[in-house]
Design a protein around this ligand. Structure first.
Ligand SMILES: *Cc1c(COP(=O)(O)O)cnc(C)c1O
Ligand code: SF4
Length: 352
């Protein structure tokens, strides 16, 4: 209903449109159509083009389903972070004391194959509306401990400007101090969406931060840099969260290039996530030690500004932790025993 209209929507390709562009092989079409939810396959013209130019299988893999997704391991879950336990409404997840997550939509401009929010499409079908925002603002008024609202999804920036403005204004009307943090891949996959109209709206409701997800240095082109530039020029800081993805960015060289490139466009690398235990994503995950070892190496060479925090979401509702050697209590029988922020121990698989 409030999904992006007109020109932007034309830039988002459905599965059928991707297929018509002869982007997929016969073999891909056959296993995709027998096994996958075609509604959760989409890409943008911009990203498709980027993935087509040169040897860019690392970009292609981020939105073209792989046969490997059909392999689901016993410890992989549809809700790996156990967000349901902390749900205060369909859309509010209050997991940590001073901040909550608001799910504004379940749509994205491009569906990342590594995404852990896959279970969303069954539980939440519609985009948020004014009633949902009323529930959110009532919750904020009743829970003064909340200092930060993470607006996520899905990708909130696929919603139209009027709705985005209504959402930001409603939060701002509750308190002038509440931080609005928007998680979005739009600057990466649909940079034309970041225009003056949108930026003018967002910059009215600071403190507001944009958290984007660049996963590979090839995703940072002149066009993306320009879209980020529009945001930062308006006084909105941009942070990045990279997901560690096997076969895409799991090398010291690539990550170094990515983090340097991010700071060069005024984006602070903030998080670097170990892959979640989401169903059918094991081919993207690396062993927990790989991220740790890469970060240890990069720490000897790079400034703190250029380095993100290595984080992992623990299974069984253990929450997010910053991973370092001290988080690992022991390693035995195929599992790491990791300590969360409450000092409790959670098991995380010790994968190939
Ligand atoms: C990650 C996350 C947050 C934000 O926590 P930070 O430590 O600030 O990154 C808030 N709520 C939920 C449910 C989260 O998963
Ligand atoms: S844009 Fe975000 S929510 Fe959407 S598929 Fe990618 S990681 Fe998941």
């Amino acid at each position: 209903m409030s999904f992006l209209k007109n020109d932007f929507k034309d830039n988002i390709l459905t599965y059928q449109e991707i297929k018509q562009l002869s982007f997929l092989s016969k073999d891909e079409i056959s296993y995709i159509e027998t096994n996958f939810n075609l509604e959760r396959i989409a890409a943008t013209k911009f990203y498709l083009k980027l993935a087509e130019s040169g040897e860019k299988s690392h970009l292609r893999k981020q939105f073209v389903p792989s046969r490997e997704e059909l392999k689901i391991l016993e410890y992989e879950k549809t809700d790996p972070l156990c967000e349901k336990i902390f749900s205060k409404s369909d859309r509010i997840i209050h997991r940590y004391h001073d901040r909550l997550l608001f799910i504004a939509t379940n749509s994205c401009a491009l569906y990342c194959r590594h995404c852990f929010r896959r279970y969303l499409d069954k539980t939440i079908i519609k985009d948020a509306d004014k009633t949902d925002i009323k529930i959110l603002t009532d919750y904020l008024k009743a829970n003064k401990c909340i200092r930060e609202v993470l607006v996520s999804g899905g990708d909130p920036l696929v919603l139209d400007n009027d709705f985005i403005e209504y959402l930001c204004k409603s939060i701002r009307d509750v308190s002038k101090d509440i931080v609005v943090r928007i998680g979005t891949r739009v600057p990466v996959v649909l940079p034309s969406r970041i225009n003056n109209n949108l930026v003018n709206i967002l910059s009215k409701y600071r403190p507001l931060y944009i958290f984007t997800q660049f996963n590979h240095s090839d995703e940072i082109t002149e066009i993306n840099s320009e879209s980020v530039n529009l945001i930062t020029k308006s006084g909105i800081p941009v942070f990045n969260q990279t997901v560690l993805l096997r076969g895409i960015n799991n090398s010291e060289k690539q990550l170094k290039e990515l983090f340097y490139k991010l700071v060069s466009i005024s984006v602070k690398p903030h998080y670097f996530f170990q892959g979640d235990l989401a169903a059918g994503t094991s081919h993207f995950r690396t062993n927990l030690m790989q991220g740790l070892e890469i970060m240890e190496k990069l720490k000897t060479e790079m400034s703190a500004l250029s380095l993100p925090l290595l984080a992992v979401d623990l299974p069984e509702a253990g929450g997010k932790i910053i991973l370092d050697r001290n988080s690992i209590i022991k390693r035995e029988n195929g599992f790491f025993h990791l300590k969360n922020s409450d000092g409790k121990i959670f098991k995380y698989p010790d994968e190939n």
